[in-house]
Each structure stands twice: as C-alpha cells, then as structure tokens.
Design a protein around this ligand. Structure first.
Ligand code: ZN
Length: 550
C-alpha cells in the first residue's frame, strides 16, 4: 500500500508539488525562490557584504568552524558542489558562494555533495525544534517518514494546507518543496546505511524510504555522483584503513533486519546525563538502562523495532544496535533515536547562553552539552506524564511498571546488543489502557478517570499527538481535557516536540533544584527569574533537575 503510494508519487511528481519545481536537480535551478530565504542567494556582491547573515556565515566557513556543520550548507557554484561549513578545501570566493538551510535547496540549485567533507554526515539542524512554524513542523514530519508513507498530500493535510500552498511555503522558507526535502532526507539515510552498515544494497533502498531501486539509484547518482555500491566501497575502504569498526548487519529471519548505527551528536554532548535521565525512568519489563546504555522494544508504523543504544566512546554521539520487523521503519527509527538523545541540539550556543547566569554557570561548566531527552512514542510520553503528575520519579516508575506488566503485549526478545536485554513487553497501546487502566491504576479517582479518558480519545483518534504539531496545537488539544494542566502539557511539549523553551515552574523537583542553586522556588518568582534563560528554558530546567540527583 505504502509502496504503491510512493511509486505513484515517484512517477507523477507534478501532481504533488508545484510543477515549476521539478525534483530533478539537474534542471531545477530556480533563482527566484532562493532570494526569498533568510539565507538569500544574492547576485550582487556589494549586497552580500552588507548582509550580516552572509558576512557571519562567510566568516564561519573561512574559519572552518565545525560548530555550524549541519546548521547551514555552503553551495559553491564555481565547482558545482555543496559543503559543510568546516570543509577543509580552500575557502571559495564570496561571489561563488550561496548559503542554504537544507541540502534539498542545494540539490535544487543543481549542486552535488562534496566527496571530501561529506556534508550529509553531520548532525541535523537544531532549528527544526527551535522553530514552531510550518517549515520546521514539516521537517520534523518528513524526518519521521510521513511523506514516504502518506505522500505530500498526507503532509499537507496534517498541516491544514493544500499541497500546492504547502509547496510554496516550503520553497520560500527552505529553498525546496516537500518532495525534494523528502528526497534529500532519503538520500542522507541511504548514505548513512550504505557507509555505516552491511545492509544489502536493495534493502537500503527501501529502508531509506525509496519506492523503487531505480529512484534510489537515480537519487544517489544525482546527489553523490556515484552508484550506491561505489559509495559503500569507498567508505569501507576508509574504515578498513582505520581498522576500526567491524560493521555488521544480519537478517535474523525472513522479516527482521538487524544492524548497528553510529549517529553523530553536535558537540559537546553530555551522554551520561541523557542516558541517566532515561535510566532513572525505565519501566520494568519495557526498558532497561543505566548511564551507559538504553534498550527496549517499541511499535513503529509498519511493525516493531528493538534498540540498544550506548554512548559512542570514540566520538560524540551514540552507537545503536537496532532491529526492525519491516525495513521501511528504519529511516523513521533513526530519526526518533536522534530525537530521543537530542543529538542535533546547538549545545555550544545553549551552554554559552546559560553560562551568562551566575546561578547556572557552575552546573554548565561541570556538565557541558546538556540535552533535552525526546521520545520514541508520543502517546507513551503522555501516559508517563499523566501518571507522573504530582508524584516522584520513583513513584511514577512503580505505577507505570504495574500498568505495563498488566496491559503491555508480551514480546519474544532476542538479544541484539552488547547487553542482555531486560525487557519482555511493549508499552501498552491507548486501546489496552482504555480497557484495563481503571482496574490497575491506583491513586486519586479523578486522575484515573483522566487517564482512561485520554486513552479512549487516543484510541478513537479524537486526540492525536505527533512531532508535527505546533506548540499551541499541542497545548490546546491537551488543556481542553479535564484533569490535564500546564505541567503535563509542558512536559509533553518538551519530550515530544523538543520544545526548547519550557520551564515547568510547578514541578516540585525542579523547584527543589532551584533552591539548591540559590534561585527562587515559588513558581511565579521562578518564572520571572527564568525568563532570562529564553529561548533555552527547557535546557535550564535540565540543570535544575540535575541538582536534586546524587
Ligand atoms: Zn567540502
């Protein structure tokens, strides 16, 4: 079903996007859309010298500043390639350079990826969590595989636009329409899987979201100027020279695909804290974790997946053993794992901003690279929040473990990673919770009623949570439900949307942490004081929470 949709879209791109923006980058150059972006491609060199954004970005590439890798892309028109800002090649002359927010925009301008600096092998842009607009929400949903599953029509419907209108918005904002953005995402996933795993080449095509082998070959050729097998051979020769990772992918049975992913994080990356946060909240039977690993099974759109992640000892990022029952779930799974560990956060900018507060500077210095843990499953986060309201982390964990043991579907676990897996069930679905929670959940009757009400609405499709929602949409849909207050809505926004600027001033642990740092603990006073931490209040909150742990 989904394959047919992808193929249909593949064959008739003009039905889904503005026909003026052909997906084929070799003849899709369209200067009119680039000059409307905030990283405008400008033809007059004098204009560029007066454009502070251009000047700042040009300075960054002249300094080969790796902080900006993944935050913008450098197009070099004299050579026809695009690079990461830190590319070691000679800095191109300003008049030959354009800056883009997405690699898709570089593809649209007819550029190919630099073979030297591998511009697609860097963490993603932190902007898609920071921004709350249509462009950012689209990028989050494209990364979650929505266009590969439901086409551009599905994405547009979700955002409340016609496909044509959405195409115009994205082309204006990001320099490329939804099909081109999805295609660029598929190319990046394909590169990751070709160069970092032994997954068979034909499986890579479908795992990356391509609808056909032909489309896969054409895209790899257009973006990387080579064939998939050649891309793999070059990368493996490189790995062999370094004599490092034995990369493995095995097919366990007809349906399962297992492989090891290495996912880079933007530096600095406080891996121990984010693993610690997840470990402190592991639900018995569902997850296993400590400060050095995190493992579990989860539901994906087409089946189930198992992950076993650990901090990468050699370079900032995580190493993750994964297994999927349907290879089409691999690309969205990669995106969810990246969000779970907040790998794309602009950690240095956050640290610099928070260090300017004397109350936070010591914590930031001691733990640089703080992360905001994301989620693998939005519904699960909402239930965690509902059960965690007004109780300690340990209390919530006990209650959730009881719920999961009673209602979660049992799974057959096959150890996939370094650790023996410590999980035997999937977190219960909304339907399972709607049916069984009333008898399992203890505590105030009103809270149990809220949990059942939410489960019923989720199961009936009256309430839907996903990474593509805006902050307001999420807030409105949660706060209208009796029994849900700002704490729950804020917590879900942080975990599901990656909202960087939420301070949960009513949270008891957070207020206790504030006291330890000499900050006010009374909610209104803390909110006033915390206003200084915008737009990073969620990350400041992580520093406050940390204070209450040993
Ligand atoms: Zn380069």
């Amino acid at each position: 079903m989904t394959t047919n949709q992808r193929q249909a879209e593949d064959e008739n791109p003009a039905q889904n996007v503005n026909p003026a923006h052909d997906e084929n980058p070799t003849h899709a150059e369209n200067p009119t859309h680039a000059d409307k972006t905030d990283l405008a491609e400008k033809s007059d060199p004098d204009d560029r010298r007066n454009d502070p954004v251009f000047v700042e970005r040009y300075r960054a590439i002249s300094a080969r500043d790796a902080r900006f890798d993944g935050q913008f892309i450098v197009g070099v028109h004299s050579t026809g390639i695009y690079c990461r800002p830190s590319c070691p090649a000679v800095t191109p002359r300003a008049e030959n350079v354009s800056f883009y927010l997405t690699s898709a925009a570089a593809h649209e301008a007819g550029l190919r990826a630099c073979k030297r600096c591998l511009p697609d092998a860097v963490p993603g842009s932190p902007q898609w969590n920071l921004r709350d607009d249509v462009a950012a929400r689209s990028m989050r949903m494209i990364a979650d595989g929505l266009v590969d599953r439901d086409g551009v029509g599905g994405l547009a419907a979700k955002l409340g636009y016609t496909p044509r209108h959405l195409g115009r918005i994205l082309t204006n904002e990001l320099g490329a329409g939804p099909l081109a953005l999805a295609r660029a995402h598929r190319a990046q996933t394909a590169r990751l899987l070709l160069t970092g795993t032994d997954l068979p080449v034909t499986d890579v095509a479908f795992a990356a979201g391509f609808g056909s082998i032909r489309q896969f070959n054409d895209t790899v050729l257009a973006v990387y100027q080579t064939t998939p097998s050649a891309l793999r051979e070059v990368a493996q020769a490189r790995l062999a020279r370094k004599a490092r990772h034995p990369v493995t992918a095995q097919t366990h049975n007809v349906h399962d695909t297992a492989l090891t992913l290495r996912l880079p994080a933007r530096e600095p990356f406080d891996a121990e804290e984010v693993f610690g946060f997840l470990a402190e909240r592991t639900i018995a039977g569902i997850e296993s974790g400590d400060r050095t690993h995190y493992a579990r099974a989860l539901r994906m759109p087409n089946g189930t997946a198992t992950i076993d992640a650990a901090p990468n000892a050699e370079t900032p990022g995580v190493v993750c053993d994964v297994r999927v029952s349907d290879v089409a779930d691999l690309a969205p799974l990669v995106s969810r794992i990246r969000r779970l560990f907040d790998l794309d956060a602009d950690a240095r900018a956050i640290d610099i901003a928070l260090s300017s507060d004397p109350s936070l500077v010591a914590s930031v210095r001691e733990h640089p690279g703080v992360r905001l843990p994301g989620s693998l499953d939005p519904d699960e986060i909402l239930f965690r929040a509902l059960i965690g309201q007004q109780v300690s982390v340990a209390g919530a964990r006990t209650a959730l473990s009881r719920l999961a043991a009673a209602l979660g579907t049992e799974i057959e676990t096959v150890p996939i990673g370094r650790e023996t897996t410590g999980f035997t069930r999937l977190f219960p679905t909304a339907e399972q919770i709607a049916r069984g929670a009333a008898e399992i959940v203890r505590g105030p009757r009103k809270r149990t009623e809220t949990i059942v009400r939410v489960a019923e609405r989720l199961a009936a499709g009256e309430l839907k949570l996903d990474v593509g929602m805006s902050r307001d949409e999420l807030n409105d849909s949660l706060l209208e439900i009796p029994g849900i207050g700002p704490w729950t809505a804020g917590y879900v926004a942080m975990r599901v949307l990656g909202s960087p600027d939420v301070l949960l001033v009513e949270d008891l642990a957070l207020r206790n942490g504030a006291v330890r740092l000499g900050l006010p603990s009374e909610p209104r006073a803390l909110a006033r004081r915390g206003a200084e931490w915008a737009p990073w209040r969620s990350y400041a909150g992580m520093h406050l929470w940390r204070q209450t742990r040993a």
